[in-house]
Design a protein around this ligand. Structure first.
Ligand code: SIN
Length: 179
């Protein structure tokens, strides 16, 4: 239906949704991948010691799986206002095409931290990213909680993501070696 509002979550929105929705479905976005390349100074780190959270990075031949949420029409504006605030640390509300697991393609919105935003950190060796996540914490909690919750949510939905999987394993190994 033309006036349905669908929201795509691929990061914290998957495990800490925080809003009402009518239905949710697995879906993917073509031409994007999930990467821990965005700095977090307001949720999982501080301006002095930023954490790392996920953003979507363009990659023509790949796609990113996540969850599509259909918002209740009467609450959609308020939910989006709240998310604009929650994602204000560098993310832009962006429209893109979502392919639902049923095969249906719909228009949706998501939050993407593009490389020009001031908190963007970009690519680094995975060991360095894992170390930064292991030691960062911010007003919303530890950065480790963010990645481990995301890792678990992806596993629960049978979504394979080599980037998140490798980082989660490195972080668990680093934690064991410091015990
Ligand atoms: C999302 O969850 O879809 C956006 C990125 C984040 O807040 O982790």
């Amino acid at each position: 239906m033309a006036n349905e509002t669908w929201l795509f979550g691929y990061g914290s929105i998957m495990w800490n949704t925080g809003f009402n929705f009518e239905t949710s479905e697995l879906c993917h976005v073509k031409g994007w991948v999930r990467r821990f390349w965005q700095g977090s100074t307001d949720h999982r780190g501080t301006p002095e010691f930023p954490g790392r959270v996920v953003t979507l990075i363009e990659s023509a031949s790949e796609h990113c799986w996540g969850t599509a949420y259909r918002l209740p029409a009467c609450e959609a504006t308020d939910i989006i206002d709240d998310l604009d605030y929650r994602e204000k640390g560098g993310y832009d509300r962006t429209e893109l095409s979502l392919t639902l697991s049923s095969g249906r393609t719909i228009a949706g919105i998501t939050y993407i931290a593009h490389p020009h935003n001031p908190n963007y950190l970009g690519e680094s060796p995975l060991e360095d990213i894992a170390r930064q996540i292991s030691f960062s914490t911010g007003p919303s909690g530890s950065n480790k909680e963010y990645i481990l919750e995301l890792h678990q949510a992806l596993e629960q939905h049978n979504i394979q993501d080599g980037h998140v999987e490798t980082l989660a394993q490195l972080i668990l190994r680093q934690t064991e070696s410091t015990l």
